[in-house]
Design a protein around this ligand. Sequence first.
Ligand SMILES: Cc1cc2nc3c(=O)[nH]c(=O)nc-3n(C[C@H](O)[C@H](O)[C@H](O)COP(=O)(O)OP(=O)(O)OC[C@H]3O[C@@H](n4cnc5c(N)ncnc54)[C@H](O)[C@@H]3O)c2cc1C
Length: 347
Amino acid sequence: MIAVIGAGPAGCYFASLEKSSDVHIFEDHAQVGMPVSCTGILTDSVHGVIGDIPEELIVSRIRKFKLVAPGGRSMYVDLDKVNMILDRAAFDRFMLRKALDSGASLHLGERFEGYERRGASYVVKTSRGRYDAEMIVGADGPFSAVAQAADLYGSRSFVTGLQARCVFPGLEVGVTEIRLTLGEFSWVVPENDTIARVGVIGPDTQALRRDYARLLDGAQVLEDQSGVIPVYDPHLRLRKPGESVFLIGDAATQVKATTYGGIIYGLLAARYLAEDREGYERLMNAMTEEQADELIDIFEKNRNKQIIATHDRDFPSKFIVQLLMKETKLWKLGFGLLKNRLAGKQA
Ligand SMILES: Cc1cc2nc3c(=O)[nH]c(=O)nc-3n(C[C@H](O)[C@H](O)[C@H](O)COP(=O)(O)OP(=O)(O)OC[C@H]3O[C@@H](n4cnc5c(N)ncnc54)[C@H](O)[C@@H]3O)c2cc1C
């Protein structure tokens, strides 16, 4: 059995791509996708990683930012890429459907509690039983119990996203309002002309909570959607050395350092791990944030999807080289990755 811990987007996507016919997903919560702790913002680039997203999962689209200074002055900025605002719970169920359609089994309301090594395999302990597994994938979010059990937790740190879905005054459909000086940043993301996802992010301090109260002034809260986000740690091990225990997604702190968005990086990691277990850690750790963004953009192009589908699976740089042949822009990226890897070896 391959035991995937956590039925978030990263775990479900990995389960949908994994070629073994015996994949089991263990999910602590009683329902996949609930409770929601996310704004649900994704750019169109996600299509390059997972394919099309059904229209019914997209609640709204954002084409502009409105930056508002404390004194009330404001300016509009057109976005290069349209932001899709997802129904996050429905998106998680969509990813779960992909996994189930590929033959994975789901154990709902069953918490991972630890594992023991037995020769080359493992006994996975959950709140309901014990299972023999040849591989364990920790996709169990920021406080990953798998990372803790495997001694891969590191000295990770976190920020807090305080967010509510609320009835909010003065919304402009298609425009995300950013109130400057609140938290590390703040957002008012409209679902329509009356309801928005409104939040601030930063270290969990009194000042952040004051900023949040100021932002919510005049709003009618419908649902609290606050949560914790891990800060990306480029030195974290993504695999227990020499073993078949891996981390992906928030469990591996794979969150964009500039925006704290984690969905797309978790999906990218899930894909790499499913395609190339042995190269996974090396490839993910060799990539800078800009390079990951670039790679996602390049995936978006249809002609490259085909190469990804047929690439030689046993070495990731062969796959990069295949892409290089097709895409001149990738030469820069390929050299960049090589440089990072060499710099890593010298350090
Ligand atoms: C307020 C807020 C706003 C955000 N907005 C965005 C955004 O707009 N765009 C974006 O890209 N990212 C956003 N993020 C980050 C995003 O939500 C995460 O990066 C993303 O959910 C990570 O996906 P994942 O599959 O790795 O983990 P998760 O979605 O956290 O899934 C982990 C799963 O593991 C389960 N689990 C945990 N422990 C156990 C256990 N011991 N046993 C079994 N199951 C377990 C959990 O119940 C959960 O279902 C936001 C986060 C917050 C808090």
